[in-house]
Design a protein around this ligand. Structure first.
Ligand code: COA
Length: 139
């Protein structure tokens, strides 16, 4: 977890969520150390980190569950295939780990993300997505 990585998350996270604070060095170290996480970074040709994706894999009674989370590509490097490359790599890692499915969720307003995932073969699954607010604030 270098300063370059900390800088990259500080630049990328506001482009994903306005309500979450970008993780600092200690938080990124904890993310990386978490056994379930595989954190991917995409670099442009000049070496700049232009995107990230977190693949989460964990075992539950029904088997290995894998989820793609927090996908973001710098707007300045958008539409060049980085989002596709990150997602394809996550699928390949999940496959190698023995996963049969990869889940993700995305808000309908995220049109680019929806196109990207559907283009890659993700299918909408009918399920109820619930959230319980533990604290009063937005979560
Ligand atoms: C969604 C996101 C990750 C896509 O990254 P990207 O590197 O631009 O994606 P790619 O270049 O691989 O594009 C793949 C496909 O996604 C769709 N897409 C990407 N950007 C788009 C845009 N601005 N408008 C419409 N469709 C878009 C297109 O179908 C594109 O294929 P095409 O260029 O051949 O038409 C990026 O736009 C992003 O970070 N958005 C903000 C954060 C976000 O919504 N994250 C997803 C959370 S679930």
């Amino acid at each position: 977890v270098t300063d370059e990585v900390v800088e990259a998350f500080a630049r990328l996270m506001p482009q994903l969520s306005t309500s979450s604070k970008a993780p600092g060095k200690a938080a990124i170290a904890a993310m990386v150390a978490a056994e379930a996480n595989t954190i991917l970074l995409a670099r442009s040709e000049d070496g700049t980190i232009v995107g990230t994706l977190t693949l989460v894999m964990f075992r539950i009674p029904t088997g290995l569950r894998t989820r793609i989370e927090d996908v973001v590509v710098d707007q300045a490097a958008g539409r060049k295939g980085f989002g596709t490359a990150l997602t394809a790599e996550a699928i390949s890692i999940a496959r190698a780990a023995g996963a049969k499915t990869v889940d993700l969720s995305t808000r309908p307003s995220r049109e680019a993300a929806g196109r990207l995932y559907e283009k890659m073969g993700f299918e909408i699954r009918s399920t109820r997505v619930y959230r319980y607010h533990v604290t009063g604030g937005a979560g």
